[in-house]
Design a binder for this molecule. Structure first.
Ligand SMILES: *Cc1c(COP(=O)(O)O)cnc(C)c1O
Length: 219
């Protein structure tokens, strides 16, 4: 399978109202360009350094999403151009994004990343902290960000019931916060679990290896 076949197959599986974020981390700009030329405009990267290298080499109308853990001291580098930061996992980070976005006279879209996986390794806000942060946002504390929704990653497991349970926890929180102030985006699901995520209410999925092929971390 090549990238074009992969991309077309994924697009054909996605309902029309589900957004695809093509996760291009570790893959060269030529591969990103190839998918862009097929009509894809939304791409995700997980590292600021890699995003900074790719951004100037690719079409300027790409909507870049940062999906990996973001350190506050790196926000300033991406604030001028980032479309959405999906990985907001602390109040400190949200405050920094709002500050740096303000300096660029921008409003940056963000998702709150919530920890739903059982694994210790995954980043994300605890449910209660996400609620508190959303209330602070409603109260006007972060004027230069727009919280668009929630992002979460399920446990890396073959146990489909567990994955479903975790996704449904995030869907429930999404519905609850949506009552307070309307939200648009529920970002759940990757190459291996996006059909399950969509079943559980995701309307945005982050797909990397199923489009670009396996990542080679040895390089
Ligand atoms: C790498 C990554 C993805 C994509 O993973 P694939 O399994 O390659 O589809 C999605 N979300 C996040 C946060 C990632 O870091």
């Amino acid at each position: 399978m090549d990238i074009k076949e992969n991309y077309t197959a994924i697009k054909n599986q996605l309902p029309a109202d589900v957004q695809l974020v093509a996760v291009s981390k570790t893959h060269p700009v030529e591969a990103v360009q190839e998918v862009y030329d097929l009509g894809q405009k939304v791409f995700g990267e997980n590292k600021v350094q890699e995003l900074m290298e790719k951004h100037p080499l690719l079409p300027q109308d790409i909507q870049w999403h940062l999906i990996g853990h973001l350190q506050t001291n790196k926000v300033k580098y991406i604030a001028p151009f980032i479309d959405t930061i999906q990985s907001v996992d602390s109040e400190k980070l949200l405050a920094e994004i709002s500050k740096e976005a303000g300096k660029c006279s921008r409003t940056v879209k963000v998702l709150l990343q919530v920890k739903i996986a059982a694994e210790e390794s995954k980043f994300g806000l605890e449910i209660q902290d996400a609620k508190t942060l959303f209330q602070q946002y409603i109260d006007g504390e972060f004027p230069n960000v727009e919280i668009k929704g929630l992002m979460g990653m399920a446990t890396f497991t073959d146990d489909e019931d567990q994955i479903k349970r975790e996704f449904l926890i995030l869907k429930q929180l999404f519905d609850e916060l949506n009552q307070l102030k309307s939200l648009e985006t529920l970002s759940m699901g990757m190459s291996d679990d996006f059909p399950t995520a969509i079943e559980c209410g995701a309307n945005s999925v982050r797909v990397g290896s199923a489009i670009f092929g396996r990542r080679d971390y040895s390089k």
